[in-house]
Design a protein around this ligand. Structure first.
Ligand code: NAP
Length: 348
């Protein structure tokens, strides 16, 4: 077994890590960290547990410690669910102390020597780890996963990018409240309402997507060169981000071929049969009224992206439209980091 720790274990994403790792066959939770507010308490006393499941036995009695590498003993991998400003300071400290950091936070995502990885999309970007360790003199290293809306979008763009010429991608999101963290969106702001702004989300979707689909040449990443424009909105849904995607293609296409491209898509996690890998990363729904967050967010234990309403635009020529749903705290956060760690332990 590999000993793992969770940084920011009491938060929304931290709880998903604990839920998903509670019965993991290869990873054993041995350390949990949070802020000074929680440090020193047993996990079950420190956390306001919000998930439907029970707190896994393995985590209940662990004493939460301060988020400091000196407090985390005999751990090989730490999963980071920290706010970005805290992650920017402490994640490098954990890597310097020799641990592998699989991070959800945005702090290190755009560093040129830190891989930003979706295992089905760009596992080859893990090559950057060697450069990172050399540049920084660390025994450990940091690997990041993208932001929650970007993961779902890019998983669907990858097979299209490999098979078609994409000119421009427009995406409009309807994002769940859990994406903002436990104390993120006040109920008075969101019930009977939506909020048409999520700070820095559009910029993340527009840059991370192109980085993920970019080519690595001799340690330099050349981002993909089509345009991405995003408009991001918070809606009164608990879990599961929905996105309406519009793609201007270079050439005409058949809807049936696009659907087949989605269905056939498989990546390295499927080939390696990694524990958290969905058998089908993209599920195509035929019904006019799917995908929906309540019905589709848990597809393949929350690790698949569901796509529906695949169609040609009736107004603009060579324009493809579809709707997708992905689970933001599973595929979009904790599950994504765990799959990164499974890939790392399998191939590195
Ligand atoms: P959250 O619910 O606010 O949880 C934050 C966690 O960080 C808590 O465990 C908190 O501990 C801890 N923390 C806060 N201040 C700290 C400090 N000064 N030192 C050490 N620990 C501290 O946030 P979240 O939604 O889980 O998000 C966590 C990270 O994942 C963020 O970077 C976020 O952008 C990213 N992310 C979130 C999602 C999503 O869908 N929610 C998706 C992708 C990525 P206490 O309980 O002790 O305060």
């Amino acid at each position: 077994m590999v000993n793992v720790g969770i940084l920011g274990a009491t938060g929304m994403v931290g709880q998903r890590f604990i839920e998903l790792l509670g019965d993991h066959p290869d990873f054993e939770i041995t350390a949990l960290t949070a802020s000074m507010r929680s440090a020193g308490k047993k996990y079950e006393d420190a956390v306001t547990w919000y998930l439907d499941s029970k707190i896994p036995e393995v985590a209940r009695d662990i004493t939460v410690v301060d988020t400091d590498p000196g407090e985390v003993k005999d751990v090989d991998i730490v999963f980071s669910a920290l706010p970005a400003n805290i992650a920017a300071v402490v994640e490098p400290q954990f890597a310097e102390a020799g641990m592998i950091v699989a991070s959800n936070a945005s702090a290190m995502r755009m560093e040129p020597d830190v891989p930003l990885v979706i295992p089905e999309v760009n596992p080859e970007h893990l090559e950057l780890v060697e450069m990172q360790q050399k540049n920084r003199g660390w025994d450990g290293f940091i690997v990041t996963n993208p932001n929650c809306s970007t993961i779902a979008l890019t998983m669907t763009l990858k097979p299209l990018y490999d098979n078609y010429d994409l000119q421009r991608v427009y995406v409009s999101t309807m994002q769940a409240v859990s994406g903002a963290g436990y104390d993120g969106v006040p109920s008075m702001a969101i019930v009977d309402n939506l909020v048409p702004f999520i700070g820095e989300e559009e910029e993340k979707m527009e840059t991370e997507t192109l980085q993920l689909l970019g080519d690595l040449e001799e340690g330099n990443l050349n981002p993909a060169s089509f345009g991405v424009s995003a408009s991001c909105h918070r809606v009164a849904v608990l879990d599961g981000h929905t996105e309406a995607v519009f793609i201007q293609m270079e050439e005409d296409f058949q809807v049936e071929d696009v659907e087949e491209t989605f269905r056939e898509f498989k990546g390295l996690p499927q080939k390696l049969d990694l524990f958290s890998a969905p058998a089908a990363p993209i599920i195509v729904r035929e019904e006019d009224n799917r995908p929906q967050p309540r019905m589709d967010r848990n597809a393949e234990r929350g690790m698949a992206v569901s796509v529906g309403r695949v169609r040609k635009d009736e107004v603009f020529a060579k324009c493809l439209k579809y709707v997708l749903v992905g689970h933001n705290t599973i595929r979009g956060a904790a599950g994504a980091s765990i799959l990164n760690a499974e890939l790392i332990t399998e191939i590195m």
